[in-house]
Design a protein around this ligand. Structure first.
Ligand code: TYM
Length: 332
């Protein structure tokens, strides 16, 4: 079976609705037809300032939320990145074939490093996409379901795979990004031209998957909408309303056109109230399930251990081949 791989950083207290629609929904759908590897990139999470105790807690919450989203440990390997040392080992090898300028062109690094002073960005933040390439290539993944903001990183991964194959012999599967256009970029409800992100200064426009039904509903009802009053899907002219329509469609698994038709002749307020109810219900159920899972941390530990064991089998085989092709003398 072809392989699918993806990860989501435990850098906030909770994942948000953008992660769910942009990524997790696809992860869950793909586990039927693919051999799936899904993981929590804790090594990536330390490239920005953080608290160790918080990272530990966030990693458990992340695992519980991925399970609540429908990642099925019977079909998919669910694991923590630092449990599989081959990720970091392969990243080092790949760093030798990555150009400094090539890494410097990553727009996410440029955005993130522009936010702080000159030393605010770590070297780890700079080399982060190389570790991400290693995450993907070490499993010989065919598909990588991600949101739009990760497209460039998957493109870099493809380039590194091809370069290595060309220089050292065919070794890596060249992966493809799996990006579902309708939900590839969910926007902040208060700033509907910026992506919904856990690192946004205010969470007034970010629906966290740990929000109560009331909190989430309030965020939707207070969403910034656009001038005019007609409910139409037009992301350029009406980013606010279009974002709400995208969320509505994704949550109900219906085409946007159908939602637009349903609200014909009605006002923004009607759409917001209806969506607030839907999203409120959704986070309520999601939160209940997450809390239930978090009550049994020993079970989460077992799931993650089994996932890491399965992951290591595959990762170790790839790394062995890479070390061999690289000309390293192998221990006898
Ligand atoms: P991260 O942790 O920022 O986000 C996890 C996933 O959620 C998607 N996403 C969104 N999709 C739609 N709308 C949004 N507003 C939105 N915000 C986030 C992201 O595109 C991503 O798919 N570098 C990665 C994590 C990673 C990874 C990997 C992913 C590490 N190694 C290997 C795939 C393969 C990241 O920071 O995503």
């Amino acid at each position: 079976r072809p392989r699918v791989l993806s990860g989501a950083q435990p850098t906030a207290d909770s994942y948000h609705l953008g992660n769910y629609f942009g990524a997790f929904k696809q992860w869950v759908a793909l586990q039927d037809d693919f051999e799936a590897f899904y993981f929590i990139p804790d090594l990536h999470a330390i490239t920005v300032e953080y608290e160790p105790a918080l990272l530990r807690e966030r990693t458990y919450v992340a695992a519980a939320q991925l399970l609540a989203a429908g990642v099925d440990p019977a079909r998919s390997a669910l694991f923590v990145q630092s449990h599989v040392p081959e990720h970091a080992q392969l990243a080092w090898v790949l760093s030798g074939i990555t150009g400094f300028g090539e890494a410097g062109r990553m727009t996410q690094f440029k955005d993130k490093s522009a936010k702080g002073g000159s030393d605010a960005a770590s070297v780890g933040l700079f080399t982060y996409p190389i570790l991400m390439a290693a995450d993907i290539l070490v499993y010989q993944a065919d598909r990588v379901p991600v949101g739009e903001d990760q497209r460039q990183h998957v493109e870099l991964t493809r380039n590194l795979a091809q370069r290595f194959n060309h220089r050292f012999g065919d070794t890596f599967t060249v992966p493809e990004a799996h990006i579902v256009k309708a939900t590839a970029k969910i926007y902040d409800l208060q700033v509907p031209t910026a992506k919904m992100s856990g690192s946004n200064a205010s969470h007034a426009g970010v629906v966290d998957l740990t929000d109560t039904a009331q909190q989430a509903a309030k965020k939707i009802r207070s969403a910034v909408t656009d001038s005019g009053s007609e409910i139409v899907f037009d992301p350029a002219a009406k980013p606010g309303v279009s974002n709400l329509l995208s969320i509505f469609a994704a949550l109900t698994d219906r085409p946007v056109d159908e939602i637009v038709a349903e609200f014909e002749g009605r006002q923004y307020g009607h759409l917001k109230v209806a969506l607030a109810d839907l999203v409120g219900d959704f986070v309520q159920r999601f939160g209940d399930r997450t809390r239930e899972l978090l009550d049994d941390r020993a079970e989460i530990d077992r799931v993650l251990a089994a996932g890491a064991e399965r992951a290591r089998e595959v990762a170790a085989a790839t790394l062995e081949q890479v070390y061999d092709r690289s000309g390293f003398v192998r221990p006898s």
